[in-house]
Design a protein around this ligand. Structure first.
Ligand code: PGA
Length: 253
């Protein structure tokens, strides 16, 4: 049984007092909610203060990025251990905004996943096609290429905790969600790829999240799809009402 996982990606939003306010509101509504696993990923500047509020609760903490080197003269970067030290259990890797604005390659994604696994962080690896790629019917090819590059060199044991997020780039922050059928089609491709390249056990246990304009209204239908196990939520995770709504609607009452 795959436990549903709802992850809030706050991106570059929320200064300290706003982060504290949001997390307190989420806590008020979702403390002791056990039907889904809940994770929030604030900007790195707020990780420690949010951790203080979430410590020993059912709500987990994640970061949005890391750098793969252990330490050194890498001005402005943050290592996997530093993220872990702030109380994170999860880290988002290879988000399309990082691929697009910071030129992250599949090889970079691969190194970042390796660095996170080495310190015991759970990587949430993002894959997804652009609108041009979808229109050129290259979606499956692109997703497989990202999987091959991102997961190169890992063993079956390494990936026991890996989470994959399918986020079509054209659906991120646009209000255009993939239809449940479109999303399910790609989730199935991903699960089958894991089966062919690793094992059937890993494939059936792996949580594959959907991301891209998820709302409290569309989450139900997405979650009804066989291979959708949760959501990576951007815009709607910035307000407690919508994030809480998504978490609650992701499972049957
Ligand atoms: P969105 O973002 O929910 O605002 O579309 C999703 C994401 O970027 O993870």
């Amino acid at each position: 049984m795959r436990v549903p996982l709802i992850v809030g990606n706050w991106k570059m939003y929320k200064i300290m007092n706003e982060a504290v306010e949001l997390v307190n509101e989420i806590k008020r509504e979702l403390l002791d909610f056990r039907k889904a696993e809940i994770v929030v990923c604030p900007p790195v500047t707020n990780l420690s203060s949010v951790y203080e509020l979430l410590m020993e609760t059912n709500i987990g903490l994640g970061a949005q990025n890391l750098y793969w080197e252990k330490e050194g003269a890498f001005t402005g970067e943050v290592s996997a251990l530093m993220i872990k030290d702030c109380g994170c259990e999860y880290v988002i890797i290879g988000h399309s905004e990082r691929r697009k604005y910071f030129s992250e390659s599949d090889e970079n994604v691969n190194k970042k996943i390796k660095a996170s696994l080495e310190v015991g962080l759970v990587p949430i690896m993002c894959v997804g096609e652009t609108l041009e790629e979808r229109e050129a019917t290259k979606t499956i090819e692109v997703i497989k290429q990202q999987l091959v590059g991102g997961l190169k060199g890992f063993s079956l044991q390494d990936l026991g905790n890996l989470v994959i997020a399918y986020e079509p780039v054209w659906a991120i922050g646009t209000g255009k969600t993939a239809t449940p059928t479109q999303a399910q089609e790609i989730h199935k491709v991903i699960r089958e790829w894991i089966l062919e390249n690793f094992s059937s056990e890993l494939s059936s246990n792996m949580r594959i999240l959907y991301g891209g304009s998820v709302t409290p209204e569309n989450i139900r239908e997405l979650m009804r799809q066989e291979d959708i196990d949760g959501a990576l939520v951007g815009g709607a995770s910035l307000k407690s009402a919508s994030f809480v709504g998504i978490v609650k609607n992701s499972v049957d009452e």
